[in-house]
Design a protein around this ligand. Structure first.
Ligand code: SAH
Ligand code: SF4
Ligand code: F3S
Length: 470
């Protein structure tokens, strides 16, 4: 039987990792990836519900499959992930030719479900319990983390890997669908995390990015012992072969001095912190139920600056949340100017059915106002990026080389080398000329020019080699 798999992924890093796991488990059963829908036997979409736009994209992709499925009813079409959990049967109503709808907590059953459908066609639905549909334990059990061991060639690069340490979220920000679709917050047992990191290191992985929706709230209790993120970092730091540790995404209120000190004291930890502020207005933060004030956020920034003076901090913002006035938006502009984030992801508020904001607050900021605010905030953030990047000219940074730069498309440079792309410890993107063998290495690169989002450099070793010998 032919076993070709087509998969499309939208959403956050958690989804990228989930897709990797699903692909890995199917490859173990003989499936091969294809990017051609016509030759695929299974077509999977790993979906996101965080904004309406992400859902629209998937429903229109599904719409385009109607004809194909009519001509080839034997192809299995599956909708996985957050939108599967949120929309459930609605997906079969909107696209009756879909075979599988599987929530993010049921991904371990995807291979068996595909087999089942191929043997006995018909729709299959597997999702977790809703947040009010049982006891906390029952709900937790129905959202299971899926972390089978992966072969190195199944990861985007063999020397980088995401490692999940936490699933779900209990913060319930009023605008956000994540707690509803990903279920209760659960920390994975530290032994499992360390064991997975060891396997990754043995496979040649150098950089591990720990994942959690509020990764710095990580907590695991067993046998009277409590493990937090800082404890995990100390343990992971011991593993030979790992040279860099990052963790995303942080929740401002849980950014403790313990954690910041661990990052300072452990040389493998990246001095990079993604800590979304969401808004610079106390009224808006309260309506979002973020649990902190702008003053708290500023105080946290000060602690970061005190303990990790060279850290790069990045943020997320939502513009045009319910009732956001021009003055409140200006307060967000002020916060961005003050904090000088390395970068910010800026989103127009998108009302999500099933959230508190949808139930209680009007989505009353017109779209053109949201668009203008998005643009204005991005403009000032870009200016900051450019100014901050300027300060790197002339400095030598340590770059973990990820591969050929996008612009080079793998083509050789005039000197026969390769334009490479990598990141500094503070997550800044660096482009420079090097050789194939540099991929996966930690290399010193001297910066000679910058754009808003990229540092341009030369390999420090090359620079030395080209100096006249005296
Ligand atoms: N767990 C992370 C990120 C969650 S989703 C955190 O708490 O920071 C990623 C980003 O999407 C959020 O930080 C927020 O800025 C944005 N977002 C979430 N819900 C949204 C909505 N309904 N409309 C627009 N943006 C949203
Ligand atoms: Fe959503 Fe808030 Fe949880 Fe982040 S912390 S996932 S924004 S509810
Ligand atoms: Fe989207 Fe689900 Fe991530 S809603 S942002 S894919 S947790």
């Amino acid at each position: 039987m032919s076993n070709k798999l087509y998969i499309e992924t939208v959403g956050c890093q958690m989804n990228v990792l989930d897709s990797e796991m699903v692909v890995a488990s199917l490859r173990q059963r003989g499936y091969q990836l294809t990017d051609d829908l016509r030759e695929a036997d299974a077509i999977l979409f790993n979906t996101c519900s965080v904004r309406q736009h992400a859902e629209d994209k998937i429903y229109s992709a599904l719409g385009r499959l109607r004809r194909l499925k009519k001509q080839h009813p034997e192809k299995v079409i599956g909708v996985l992930g957050c939108m599967a959990q949120k929309d459930q049967r609605l997906i079969f109503e909107r696209a009756p030719y879909v075979d599988l709808v599987v929530g993010p907590g049921q991904l371990q059953s995807v291979p068996a479900l595909i087999d089942e459908v191929r043997r006995r066609p018909g729709p299959r639905l597997q999702v977790g319990l809703g947040r009010r549909d049982g006891s906390v334990d029952e709900i937790k059990r129905s959202h299971e983390t899926f972390d089978p061991l992966r072969d190195p060639e199944m990861r985007p690069t063999p020397f980088q890997a995401y490692l999940r340490i936490q699933i779900g979220c209990d913060k319930f920000c009023t605008y956000c669908i994540v707690p509803m679709v990903r279920g209760p917050e659960q920390g994975r047992p530290p032994e499992q995390i360390i064991a997975e990191a060891r396997v990754l290191a043995d496979q040649g992985c150098k950089e591990i990015v720990l994942l959690g929706q509020t990764v710095n709230s990580y907590c695991h209790r067993s046998g009277g012992r409590t493990t937090r993120l800082a404890d995990l970092l100390y343990q992971l730091h011991e593993i030979d072969g790992i040279v860099r540790l990052k963790f995303v995404t942080n929740y401002p209120k849980d950014m403790t001095n313990d954690l910041l000190t661990a990052v300072r004291d452990l040389p493998k930890c990246s001095h990079y912190l993604h800590v979304p502020a969401q808004s610079g207005s106390n009224r808006v933060l309260k309506a979002m139920k973020r649990g902190y004030t702008v003053e708290d956020y500023r105080e946290m920034m000060q602690r970061i600056r005190d303990i990790l003076p060279d850290a790069a901090v990045s943020s997320d913002f939502i513009v045009g949340f319910s009732g956001e006035t021009e003055d409140e938006f200006r307060e967000t502009m002020t916060l961005v100017s003050e904090c000088r984030f390395k970068n910010s992801f800026i989103f127009k508020y998108s009302e999500r059915p099933g959230t508190k904001a949808e139930e209680l607050l009007a989505d009353d900021v017109p779209d053109e106002v949201k668009r203008r605010r998005n643009h204005e905030l991005l403009e000032i953030q870009n200016l900051i990026c450019e100014e901050e990047n300027q300060t790197w000219i002339g400095r030598t940074v340590s770059v973990l080389v990820e591969g050929p730069s996008k612009a080079s498309a793998g083509r050789a440079t005039e000197e026969g080398g390769l334009q490479l792309c990598g990141r500094t410890s503070e997550d800044r993107i660096v482009v420079f000329d090097g050789d194939e063998e540099h991929v996966g290495q930690l290399m010193p690169v001297t910066i000679y020019d910058v754009t808003a989002h990229t540092l341009l450099g030369v390999a420090a070793t090359r620079q030395l080699a080209s100096l006249p010998l005296i």
